[in-house]
Design a protein around this ligand. Structure first.
Ligand SMILES: [Ca+2]
Length: 504
């Protein structure tokens, strides 16, 4: 009898626990910036004078995912990976010109089905110049292509209607974001995708920040020097090109001025992150909302003699990533594991208590934010597909582990690369021909192809040519690179078949 009562109590208890379901529909704000490199945050101290108090606050009160990467360092492919959880070879948006394949599922569509209100605000960029509303969003505020920092005649597209752009874009997009937030009842779960134009080039700061950092010295990276032994020819050749330090965008611009403008443009992003946090506090949702801050790709300022992105080097594929939600995880955590743009979708789903029904390549890093020891990926695949209009950077596949990076180029006659990231974080000592690392190269090559095969990456998408050609070289600067020593063959090889011929 006693036993029966206990069982009944246990039974009622389990019913009560079940009745608490479904899980809380957690609010999520995802803030994406454009070309913000991983170390351009005050607390990272890359250039000591650069300050980002609000991003620093996110890191302090939340988590800094210090090894966050994108799987393709280019605007549209990376954005499509965020929205689908797939590699570029799977979602097929491999450049900035190609239209989105019809029927591509974006994860906010699933959030809508689960009762979320969703908003997209800012730079979309996928599918060329269209600014038309896309599936998955109840509220839509966007602009054509890259947009502009100050008003232009195209204006904004708000829910399908053309509306004039009025002010500085970073402020204006945030104004709309906060207005939308205000329009939602407190109990309404929401997902906001706040996608800044900043800090994409050409960098134009808000008027109030213009000149703020003028005169601060930029410390150039050690790898900027020319003729580093073991450097592939394409890298040496790129330095005198659109994406190189000797002919940057075919202009006479200097890196220190360029970086100052970048840092000044970032100031409005930082301020507006602060405005979002303040608005959440006012709504009483600051500690319950998951706020994720991320860059869509990195940006080189002189590393390896290069500027911009696309390559598999750290400053190109590594991005800033911060997350804050005191209800879910404690502040001040630093996550060491390698996470990626592919992981945003499953992380948002886990935080929202939703089950994903689609095939994806990423996984939720929420347990890592919570300090849980879980089995995690041992390596991340990186890929970039050659663009005819920017011919300086070849098709690249790379594999990054905690320790090594293996970079393999496709379609060119050049060196591959291997770097020991612990001993050589600047990626200056190419170990590809070092016999001591031959086994590592072999293992990483096999693993790279294993991932490609498993995720459908062995057929590379190919699209017709689009866009301008940025292929000039400065006539007075670096000449084309010589083939490396390791490619030099012997002078005195016998002619083919000589050993089989009868002696005369
Ligand atoms: Ca970008």
């Amino acid at each position: 009898m006693v036993q029966s009562k206990l069982s009944r109590r246990a039974f009622l208890g389990s019913i009560a626990a079940f009745a608490q379901a479904p899980a809380k529909r957690r609010n999520v704000i995802f803030i994406l910036t454009d070309d913000h490199r991983f170390d351009a945050m005050g607390f990272m101290q890359a250039q000591k004078w650069l300050k980002t108090p609000n991003l620093d606050r996110l890191a302090r009160e939340g988590a800094h995912l210090k090894n966050a990467f994108v799987t393709t360092a280019l605007c549209s492919p990376s954005r499509a990976s965020i929205l689908t959880g797939r590699y570029a070879h799977a979602h097929k948006i491999i450049d900035n010109n190609t239209a989105i394949p019809k029927g591509t599922p974006f994860f906010p569509q699933q959030l809508q089905k689960a009762g979320y209100k969703t908003a997209f605000l800012g730079k979309w960029h996928m599918g060329g110049e269209s600014d038309a509303p896309q599936p998955g969003f109840d509220k839509w505020i966007s602009f054509r292509g890259q947009g502009t920092y100050f008003p232009n005649p195209n204006g904004l597209n708000i829910d399908g209607k053309k509306v004039p752009q009025k002010g500085y874009i970073t402020d204006e997009i945030t104004d709309y974001a906060l207005e939308w937030l205000d329009s939602l009842p407190k109990a309404q779960p929401y997902f906001m995708y706040l996608s800044h134009k900043a800090v994409h080039g050409d960098f134009v700061p808000a008027e109030r920040h213009d000149g703020h950092y003028r005169g601060n010295a930029f410390t150039p990276p050690a790898s900027m020097k020319p003729d580093v032994k073991g450097r592939p020819m394409w890298v040496q050749n790129q330095r005198n090109s659109w994406h190189g330090v000797e002919y940057p965008y075919h202009t006479p611009m200097t890196l220190d001025h360029y970086y100052q403008q970048y840092a000044e443009t970032l100031m409005a992003v930082d301020e507006n992150v602060g405005r979002v946090l303040d608005a959440l506090q006012k709504r009483g949702q600051l500690d319950s909302t998951l706020v994720i801050y991320m860059g869509d790709n990195g940006f080189a300022f002189g590393e390896h003699g290069l500027i911009d992105k696309r390559t598999a080097y750290e400053e190109s594929m590594r991005v800033p990533m911060l997350a804050r939600c005191p209800e879910l995880f404690a502040g001040g955590r630093v996550v060491d594991e390698v996470v990626a743009n592919l992981d945003i979708m499953p992380t948002v789903f886990e935080a929202a208590g939703l089950r994903n029904a689609l095939p994806i390549d990423g996984r939720s890093f929420l347990p890592l934010l919570q300090g849980k020891k879980i089995e995690w990926r041992d390596s991340l695949l990186y890929e970039y597909f050659w663009e005819r209009n920017f011919p300086q950077t070849p098709t690249i596949h790379a594999l990054r582990t905690d320790r090594f990076k293996y970079i393999r180029c496709h379609g060119i006659y050049d060196l591959d690369e291997l770097y020991d990231l612990q001993a050589d974080p600047g990626e200056m000592n190419n170990l590809i021909n070092d016999p001591a690392h031959a086994k590592t190269v072999q293992t990483m090559n096999a693993r790279l192809f294993e991932i490609l095969e498993k995720t459908g990456g062995l057929n590379m998408p190919l699209y017709p040519d689009r866009g301008r050609q940025s292929n000039l070289r400065h006539p007075d600067r670096s000449k084309a690179a010589e083939f490396p020593e390791s490619f030099q063959g012997p002078r005195d090889n016998p002619p083919p078949g000589a050993s089989q011929r009868k002696k005369q």
